[in-house]
Write a protein that binds this ligand. Structure first.
Ligand code: ASP
Length: 410
């Protein structure tokens, strides 16, 4: 713990130094962008083997297909519920603050980031569940088809008796090796996070330019941040009520939250999220199954963000969305968040689903673009916080129903 506290401080200092240098040295800090990229690549490199080994050993250690059904069902239901709560919080806050009223500079060109993806729809999310080629899915970091395959693979593995033991052993070894690599990579995180933040903030031209960008859509930024903060507190209440964990758990997960802020990617953060949860002595089976699934389908921050952003665009363009259309936003934003990839700015693309569902112009995304990199980092931290709380709550369910206990919570 002592040791990890030191690392937490180092990461915190790295993040602050990143903000400071990006703010004051502006474009010059792009000279460290390669360090950030290298660090991000290093993390991404571990994800596929880690997820494969973790999900397979997580499932095989349940030992019984019926337990898997229950665990899977609870997890999906839980994640769906918290995502829906997040959208609701977003809608309430955006209706109260109304940040889009009075915005005069509207965008009328489709931004590059979403160009060519204008037709993104719910069917794309369904399509992403199963891919014909696992290697191609892995190469494109599409995690959901890989998780689903591992789930099926592990389930089959539990049914072949002794012959499966060697295979299970192999994946257990692979899991331990990957976690060891993650711990090593973690020591580089203060420098990596410094470089990522400094170069990104520097790319905007430094503190003053960033501040100007912020102030043009200041109310919008405030609305998103207030919404995310409220949801983070709701998650904390859920944690304390349903898992009997509390402040300690927040402190354990802080490193992962800072990493989420630094990388803007739940996927890149996943190895560290798992490591932090293991250190917090969350039941390993919950860690290995609930967290990878959470990083892929559970994005509370993104869901809330998409609801606020779409309402903001509607207000700016002068569309008055009534209760029915807000109900449509509620449903589509929930699914759009599930479908968003766990990578930077993915939420901007799936937002197309929500915008088109209520007949708003995709060009509206242009209003959010300049500031998205910043809000992306905050919502990603909330996404990771949501996943972490999920692991603790599901663990409690497992323990309460006496299904599996390997290690009791501290
Ligand atoms: N960057 C987010 C994540 O990785 C997804 C998004 O909202 O763009 O969790």
């Amino acid at each position: 713990m002592q040791h990890n506290n030191k690392l937490l401080w180092a990461i915190l200092i790295g993040a602050l130094a990143g903000i400071f240098s990006g703010w004051f040295f502006g474009h010059a800090m792009q000279s460290v962008a390669w360090v950030g990229k290298l660090f991000l690549n290093l993390l991404m490199l571990t994800i596929i083997p880690l997820i494969v080994a973790a999900v397979i050993t997580g499932i095989t250690s349940l030992g019984d297909v019926r337990k898997l059904g229950k665990l899977g069902g609870f997890t999906v239901l839980y994640y769906l519920s918290t995502t829906a709560i997040a959208v609701l919080v977003g809608l309430v806050i955006v209706n109260i603050i109304q940040p889009g009223i009075g915005i005069t500079e509207l965008s009328d060109i489709i931004p590059d980031k979403v160009l060519g993806k204008e037709k993104t729809g719910i069917e794309d999310i369904v399509d992403s569940l199963i891919k014909p080629n696992l290697v191609a899915a892995a190469a494109e970091s599409q995690l959901l088809p890989i998780i689903l395959f591992c789930l099926a693979f592990a389930t089959a593995l539990t049914t072949i008796g002794d012959k499966g033991k060697t295979v299970i052993h192999f994946f257990e070894g692979l899991n331990d090796v990957m976690m060891k690599l993650v711990i090593w990579i973690m020591y580089l995180s203060p420098i990596g996070i410094f470089a990522l933040i400094a170069s990104k903030l520097g790319a905007t031209g430094g503190g003053e330019a960033f501040w100007q960008e912020m102030s043009s859509v200041g109310w919008y930024i405030l609305t998103v941040i207030i919404g995310l903060a409220i949801h983070a507190v709701i998650l904390l209440i859920i944690l304390m009520t349903f898992s009997r964990r509390g402040r300690d758990y927040v402190i354990h997960m802080l490193r992962a939250l800072l990493m989420a802020f630094g990388t803007a990617s739940s996927a890149a953060t996943l190895p560290l999220t798992m490591e932090c949860a293991i250190e917090a002595k969350v039941d390993k089976r919950a860690v290995k199954f609930v967290l990878p699934l959470g990083a892929t389908i559970n994005m509370d921050g993104t869901a809330l963000y998409e609801a606020v952003a779409v309402m903001f665009i509607a207000q700016a363009y002068g569309f008055d969305l009534g209760i029915t259309q807000q109900a449509i936003i509620f449903v589509t934003a929930t699914f759009a968040a599930i479908g968003a990839a766990a990578i930077p700015s993915a939420g901007l693309v799936t937002m197309i689903i929500v915008l088109t569902a209520v007949g708003l112009p995709i060009e509206g995304i242009g209003l959010l673009l300049a500031i998205d990199w910043f809000l992306d980092r905050i919502r990603t931290a909330v996404n990771v916080w949501g996943d972490s709380v999920g692991a603790a709550v599901i663990e409690r369910l497992l323990i309460d129903s006496n299904q599996s206990v390997t290690s009791k919570p501290s």
